[in-house]
Design a protein around this ligand. Sequence first.
Ligand code: SF4
Length: 217
Amino acid sequence: MVEFSRPILTLPNGADKLLLHSCCAPCSGEVMEAITASGIDYTIFFYNPNIHPQREYLIRKEENIRFAEKHKVPFVDADYDSDNWFARAKGMEQEPERGIRCTMCFDMRFERTALFAAENGFSVISSSLGISRWKNMQQINECGRRAAGHYNGITYWEYNWRKQGGSARMIDISKRERFYQQEYCGCIYSLRDTNKHRRSQGRDIIRIGTQYYGDED
Ligand code: SF4
């Protein structure tokens, strides 16, 4: 791994603790190490009812718990209210990634994060979602700001986790930790569309629970 001197990050408004929504271990690995290196007090909030099937959800969650325990970071395991997610996704089943279904999906996850923050004394929220190059950072930030805006005194921390090599370190950390490598964004529709694309390329469809970072090396 390339030597890198991490900058000291500070939370907005002089806040002293952060509620960090995490989507998975690979995306949060670099984010967590950056925050830990800055001495910021933070808690992981795992709320991802979009992930389907439940087997995939549990694998992603367990990987994230394992890494949080390693860093001794508190981990909040929130609901898996997938019925609510499907209800909100109704009519958006055919939408492409980065479209309105994804806005709904980010909104839902940020709304619950902001609610938990408001009820538990956190004034700043953020998420690991934006580190992935597959995602639209502007779309994610708009959802984060919208959710925080529902509460007085809650700020969405809009830090760009990709910069200064963050995306590359995300992969390096994932390989070092041999994280489970999810091969689709998370919902049943992204699984369907990824498999459709693979079939069109003559590739095998996704086999859940089989791929780990570093295997390809
Ligand atoms: S593609 Fe990803 S972000 Fe979009 S709705 Fe599905 S799980 Fe959510």
